[in-house]
Design a binder for this molecule. Structure first.
Ligand code: BES
Ligand code: ZN
Length: 457
């Protein structure tokens, strides 16, 4: 391993150059105007994997954005690792809040600023470079490796599950590696063993045919903005619990062991509040902040639109009101079942004076891993060597839907070795990647391949 690690250290500058090239591609998957750029990013990934020494590299078109697959199989008796990541990114707005342009990567104070730096281009890139380091120093890979890199994660991976379903043989592996999460804190590397799921809706309320003068009609006419507010307000009670009937039926209670482990993590409430500019936290009564983030479901309003929102004042009764809402789900809640419960409830709450239309958007299943898989031990050793520190085990509030698919369709566990940070500004202006973590991540990835080959899998 010495030569491999030395090689990684000697190539830091080249890595930054290549990652910058990746980050300059505006691969915003949700925006049709960036369609070509998303394709260019897929081609960049394919080229990287080719240059890293993969023997097969293929770009699979889908009805949406392409899936990049690559492999290098060294020995049937060795374990097979499936590396997953995504090359698509979130939109950049509000653009005016970026201190440097989102697609012009810039280093300031040891942080690389760009859209996708942490989520997920910089993270997936560490696994390209670890394999390359073995192969460019005259070694064979310690394990068989496969890569599955998609371009639709940020829009709910609509074409990934069908692809996995129809390519189970191709994707056959012993374990998946995913770097798309954050470390617990700076200097506290972590392995994530749980993710929340998601179900997402758009609600449209329609009252009168058209907007009306609020003087001429006000008092006799339903106001959809008001009705929508009432519906949304009814979704939670005073204690912060969601009121959808049977919503909590399948929520797995936290074990005493996990509760004690969460309490041992170095979480400081006042630092957390300060970092996001809040005087107080809110949420479900009787749960700690980490419990509310990781093992309790939520109901959120992601967006609201109705009536007059321009400058000045306009006396108008809006004909329509719209909300985007979503629920983060926890084991063992099922997104489809929750979506049905929500739809029934929201219809029951809607007065007959307005017309309601619900549209289901994307979703994903929650996931939690068992902690005693040999691959997690291999990852623990790898992080210890790569970061010089023992990782903590944590869960995450976000979602990576494919992880549950790997468990269900491919029957494999996933190791979530994220090298981001809680203040990385993912999905927000000034997204950044800490370069020390990036380099330690490449080393950890290389150590992981080595540890995995000796894990007994
Ligand atoms: N990298 C994130 C997942 C994540 C979020 C990990 C927060 C750790 C903390 C991923 O790219 C993401 O944003 N996923 C979406 C999935 C959704 C579109 C189904 C999410 O969580 O909103
Ligand atoms: Zn991501």
């Amino acid at each position: 391993m010495k030569k491999v690690i030395e090689y990684i250290q000697e190539n830091h500058d080249r890595y930054i150059g290549e990652l910058n090239e990746f980050l300059r591609i505006p691969s915003v998957s949700t925006d049709p105007e960036h369609h070509e750029a998303v394709k260019t990013a897929a081609e960049f990934v394919a080229k990287q994997l080719q240059e890293a020494g993969m023997t097969t590299v293929e770009i699979f078109p889908t009805e949406g954005h392409p899936i990049v697959y690559a492999e290098r199989l060294v020995e049937a008796a060795k374990p097979t690792l499936l590396v997953y990541g995504h090359y698509d990114v979130q939109p950049v707005d509000p653009i005016e809040l970026w201190e440097s342009a989102p697609f012009e990567p810039t280093i300031r104070n040891g942080e690389l600023y760009a859209r996708g730096a942490a989520d997920d281009k910089g993270q997936v890139f560490i696994h390209f470079k670890s394999a390359e380091a073995f192969l460019n120093t005259g070694r064979q890979l310690p394990v068989n490796i496969k890569y599955l890199i998609e371009g639709e994660e940020e829009i709910g991976s609509p074409h990934l599950d069908p692809f996995i379903e129809t390519h189970q043989d191709l994707l056959k592996a012993d374990v998946a590696m995913v770097s798309d999460t954050a470390m617990f804190a700076h200097g506290v590397p972590s392995i994530c063993y749980g993710l929340r799921g998601l179900t997402y809706f758009q609600l449209d309320l329609q009252g009168a045919h058209t907007d009306l003068h609020s003087g001429s009609f006000g008092g006799t006419v339903v106001n959809p903005a008001f009705e929508l507010s009432k519906i949304l307000t009814a979704m939670k009670d005073e204690a912060g619990r969601i009121t959808i009937p049977h919503f909590y039926d399948d929520v797995r209670e936290l074990t005493e062991r996990e509760r004690a482990e969460f309490a041992r993590l170095p979480f400081d409430e006042s630092t957390y509040k300060q970092a996001i500019g809040l005087k107080e936290l809110s949420g479900e009564e009787g749960c700690t902040p980490l419990e509310r983030l990781w093992v309790r479901p939520t109901f959120e309003i992601n967006g609201l639109e109705s009536g007059f929102t321009g400058k000045g004042a306009k006396t108008v009764l809006p004909a329509k009101a719209m909300a985007k809402v979503s629920m983060r789900l926890v084991p063992d809640q099922d997104p489809d079942k929750i979506a049905d419960l929500f739809e029934d409830y929201v219809h029951a709450l809607t007065p007959s004076s307005v017309h309601l239309e619900t549209t289901r958007m994307h979703g994903g299943k929650p996931w939690v891993a068992s902690l005693d898989h040999p691959a997690l031990k291999a990852a623990t050793q790898a992080i210890k060597k790569g970061f010089g520190k023992e990782p903590v085990f944590q869960r995450e509030g976000g979602s990576i839907p494919v992880v549950a698919t790997f468990a269900e369709l491919l029957n494999i566990p996933s190791v979530l070795m994220g090298i981001g940070l809680p203040d990385e500004n993912a999905h927000a202006p000034n997204e950044k990647l800490n370069l020390d973590n990036f380099y330690a991540g490449i080393k950890s990835s290389a150590y992981f391949l080595d540890e995995l080959s000796r894990s007994g899998l």
